[in-house]
Design a protein around this ligand. Sequence first.
Ligand code: GLU
Length: 332
Amino acid sequence: MTSPDPVSARLRDYDLDDLRSRVLPERGGEVNDSIPQLADADPDLFAIALAASDGRVRRSGQSTTPFSIQSAVKPFLFALALHDTDGDALERVGIEPTGEAFDAIKLESGTGRPPNPMVNAGALLTAALVAGGDVAARNDRILRGLSSFAGRELHVDEEVARDEHALGDRNHALAHLMRAEGTLEVTADDAVEVYARACAVRVDVEALAVMGATLACGGRNPVTGEQVVSASVARDVVAVMATCGVYDGSGRWMRSVGIPAKSSVSGAIVLSVPGVLGAAVMSPPLDRQGTSVRGHIASGLLSRELGVHVFGVGDTVADRDGACPVGDHDDA
Ligand code: GLU
């Protein structure tokens, strides 16, 4: 007789509304104001979705409220670049964590490559490596690829795309630096345009959770059944999310949450538990590393209560009294 998989049993019974209501009172963090659309975000928006490997999606809060994907797009740009270049993208971008901010004006010493695909320099480059002879073709390929990850047709928020392009001075600087180093083959402006448009793709937590689940399921969308990228591409992407996905907070995140993830300035976080589930949490107020404060706390609780910390053998608090570490998620 086979005993039921403990994670799927816990997942089935897990009370997502209860998790949300425990974390909702947390009021820390600041909403990003780099573009007007982000500055105007509702700090009380708080939505969570889980997409299991069997294709079942669970949600809590404003789960269909749209927002721009921002840097949560970076793992998927890396995936598309790996797929479209047949792995060559791994020669063009590093995979080491930087310990620095997402938009640091810095390239890998000695090679002039971006340090990793989860910081802005790397994502500008991976977006430029996606197949397409010109900007329009690359934009189209990215939008179609992201839609396959999400299992539904996604669209670009044109205002966000315009402002990201116009106001992204550090991204222009990074693209010029990569041109000077010979690592970026398209023009700096084309690179910023494609990346800005990718950051402006509109999603909600349900779409983002399915995107995370597609990476968690070896590149196969568990809702539509489409094999979007190969299992080895998905594995490479999730590995780099684990080490670099939360910028200079990646070590702290991996210890306390233990789930490969990518944060973003919109306040969304996409998570992938290999073989088990994808998740997305959205709440705009951010900590100093640009990670959603509620998102971090909720992810830590979810990880412990479902017992899915990737290094947490025998370490679930599913049966313990998991008090919400409000105000001190450093030690969550
Ligand atoms: N669009 C933002 C930028 O390029 C993304 C940064 C983020 O989400 O962390 O600055």
